[in-house]
Ligand binder design. Structure first.
Ligand code: UD1
Length: 412
């Protein structure tokens, strides 16, 4: 199993190019199932989850060459357990398969390190659109002659739930209205790709999305948006190490809340077009964080801010409202000397002057990122074990950090 060895105490300095967004790339790749024509995708990030999605689509019969996807001959309408358990986003094939082919068999995701994460809202929405759904042998088996439009109000804001139903609705008969829809920029990116393919969608980015079904979609060219979580992760890493970095190819208007929190922590931030410049002098100030659906503070940045707060001046309160079990990184940060107490979904962090290097274990994708950040500010060497989590969702992270001056290497 691969690990990262990090020598702490080096500031990040320089320029780093932001990759395409994982959480936009995965649904957009699934959108290729909606047409028999070619979908050309640019800016797909080179990371494990994208490779898993390529494998899954190929198993179904989608021909994929370089960045071109062609689902003219799909013959297996199934996402097997092996794939869904390693990557929950595989659930995103459900809507497209069902609406175009009238059938889909998708494994239930099962347990997950950051909480139970059910898919009931996806199922409820498809039922309202006329699908016939049975859960059998751990699989969701859905059939429909043709889905029809429906008025669907989500009980909870769900990102992939919104995306799945939006993809199902583009080929359904009539109009679908999604209320209490997710407003995440990745939902908008998917909608823009679908519109480029001929879909009729209005309101993406608001909590009410209206989709008028069409008979057919066509091919398109589309470039995936920059990753706001990768952007945020590098900015926090720079702030924690007292560095000066510039992100290129990023999109500041998808990061408003994160940039505001970094400014509260004492960072100087300047934005010019697709460049975000961060300078941090001295120790960060503690900053309170409460996760909530977009445009509020993203749960996918919570762990990284926990690492920042661990070495900040003062006491911070971090409240996680999206996932019930997303404090797995806390125990590991404590092994590095962080002073954190947890009460339910609230963590209280008393910042300390420095952390000490130790061996820690990554438990999920963003938890891994927080341990890497903590390792970069800890005294001595930190070994981060189980970095396959990190490889799932960050493109060439140690190469990018090394180029910025971090002392980090991969060991077997
Ligand atoms: C997506 C992101 C993930 C991010 C999360 C929240 C992708 C591929 N993943 O995950 O990185 O952390 O949004 O911003 O885009 N829920 C239900 N029933 C459902 C669906 C969701 O109860 O049918 C609950 C979940 O357990 C969770 C909350 O709703 O508590 C939000 O989850 P959701 O937005 O669906 O997360 P994902 O789309 O899986």
């Amino acid at each position: 199993m691969q690990k990262l060895a990090i020598q702490g105490g080096y500031r990040l300095n320089g320029e780093v190019k932001i990759s395409g967004a994982k959480n936009a790339a995965l649904p957009i790749m699934c959108a290729s199932l909606l047409t028999a024509d070619e979908l050309h995708l640019a800016n797909l990030p080179d990371m494990h989850d994208v490779k898993t999605m390529v494998k899954l689509l190929q198993q179904m019969g989608v021909r994929i060459e370089a960045d071109t996807f062609n689902a003219a001959q799909v013959d297996k309408l199934e996402a097997p357990y092996d794939m869904v358990k390693t990557m929950r986003a595989a659930i995103l094939v459900l809507g497209p398969l069902l609406t175009r082919f009238g059938e889909a068999r998708v494994s239930l995701p099962g347990g997950c390190a950051i909480g139970s994460r059910p898919v009931d809202l996806h199922i409820k929405g498809l039922l309202a659109m006329g699908a016939d759904i049975h859960i059998e042998h751990g699989y969701i088996h859905a059939t429909a002659r043709r889905l029809h439009g429906a008025q669907i109000c989500f009980d909870l804001v769900s990102v992939t739930g919104t995306e799945n139903l939006m993809m199902a609705a583009v080929l359904a008969e009539g109009v679908t209205v999604l209320e209490n829809a997710a407003r995440e920029p990745e939902v908008v990116d998917l909608a823009n790709c679908l519109i480029a393919m001929g879909a009729k969608i209005a309101g993406a980015g608001s909590d009410k999305i209206t989709i008028e079904g069409v008979d057919k979609l066509h091919g398109a060219r589309y470039s995936v948006m920059p990753d706001r979580i990768e952007s945020g992760t590098f900015l926090v890493a720079a702030a924690a190490t007292g560095g000066h970095i510039t992100l290129t190819g990023s999109r500041a208007n998808t990061l408003d809340n994160v940039l505001e929190k970094l400014r509260t922590a004492g960072a100087m931030i300047n934005v010019q077009d697709d460049r975000i410049n961060l300078s941090m002098d001295g120790r960060p100030r503690a900053v309170n964080v409460r996760t909530a659906p977009y445009p509020a503070f993203p749960t996918d940045m919570q762990a990284q801010f926990m690492a920042l707060n661990a070495i900040a001046d003062g006491r911070a309160i971090v409240v996680e409202t999206i996932f019930e079990n997303r404090f797995m990184h806390v125990q590991e940060l404590q092994r590095l000397g962080a002073q954190i107490e947890i009460e339910g979904n609230t963590a209280v962090i008393q910042g300390c002057q420095s952390l000490q290097g130790a061996t820690v274990m990554a438990t999920d994708l963003r938890a891994s990122a927080s341990l890497v950040i903590a390792g970069m500010v800890a005294q001595g060497e930190t070994i981060v074990d189980r970095i396959y989590h990190l490889d799932r969702g960050y493109e060439h992270i140690e190469a990018k950090l090394s180029a910025l001056g971090a002392k980090i290497r991969r060991i077997n």
